[in-house]
Design a protein around this ligand. Structure first.
Ligand SMILES: [Zn+2]
Length: 262
């Protein structure tokens, strides 16, 4: 399989497009040692969100590294943040601008098309199918696109990122009632700093599938990795830190699911 998927019973689908750490041998053969490190992975999110099964949520997570193809970029590779630097559909460098490919080995158009069909489409077909299944059962569905990133990445933003960055495509990907109810949990605590539609407004998954008028209410949460792990190699999970943020995550996801059910 090109992803991990578990169907749940409540109208909540959690997508984790950047947790993949595998690179097919033929792709890896063209890559530099910088790729092997996979430093730009959204590490450990499956573990951090380990309460989802108990909640009855559906969970879809990537198998392949974002270096193979980025599941949270549009297939036509338009820039999600016009005027700002961002990595593309098949990134050619890391967040720290280290080249991912040996000289002359970067993927050409034909190779990008091949990866779209082989690695991008299967994830999106499963995502669409599960949204449709949940819509048929429940009438409305909450889609939560889960991400994490190093808290300091000068290429993309100045200084340190807020701990929790909510994105709803500036209010277009979900009803205000749902995002307000979810974010209220984050506003009610002091431990973690937050931003709503700041530097991160939601990527392709949030923007494309989030169609409140059709019953799909999508929110992206981009978390600082410092909230639950070591940001330096070997990127260890920190259960002590995770335990601080997990109750908040659980509350927010319960609220999202309850909101679409109401
Ligand atoms: Zn991500």
């Amino acid at each position: 399989m090109d992803y991990q998927f578990k169907a749940g019973s409540i109208p909540l689908l959690v997508s984790m497009p950047h947790v993949g750490t595998e690179i097919p041998d033929d792709v890896l053969a063209a890559m530099t040692p910088a790729a092997v490190d996979k430093q730009d992975t959204d590490w450990h999110l499956v573990r951090l969100y380990d309460f989802l099964g108990e909640m009855g949520a559906s969970v879809l997570s990537a198998r392949w590294s974002r270096y193979v193809i980025d599941l949270n970029r549009p297939p036509e590779n338009t820039n999600l943040y016009p005027g700002q630097d961002t990595t593309g559909l098949c990134p050619v460098d890391t967040f720290h601008r280290e080249p991912l490919y040996r000289d002359g080995q970067a993927p050409d158009q034909a190779e990008v098309q091949r990866r779209l069909a082989a690695y991008w489409q299967p994830y999106h077909q499963q995502l669409r199918a599960e949204l449709d299944r949940l819509l048929a059962l429940h009438g409305r569905v909450a889609l939560w696109d889960a991400h994490s990133i190093a808290s300091v990445v000068p290429r993309f933003f100045e200084g340190k990122l807020p701990d929790l960055n909510f994105g709803t495509a500036d209010g277009h990907s979900c009803a205000a009632g749902m995002s307000d109810a979810v974010v209220a949990h984050a506003r009610a605590q002091q431990q973690f700093s937050i931003a709503v539609n700041g530097r991160f407004k939601g990527g392709h998954i949030t923007r494309f599938y989030g169609q409140p008028e059709k019953g799909v209410h999508a929110i992206q949460l981009e978390m600082c990795q410092s909230t639950y792990m070591d940001e330096d190699a070997p990127y260890g999970y920190r259960a002590d830190r995770a335990a601080q943020v997990q109750p908040l995550l659980r509350d927010m996801l319960h609220t999202a699911a309850s909101w679409v059910r109401a």
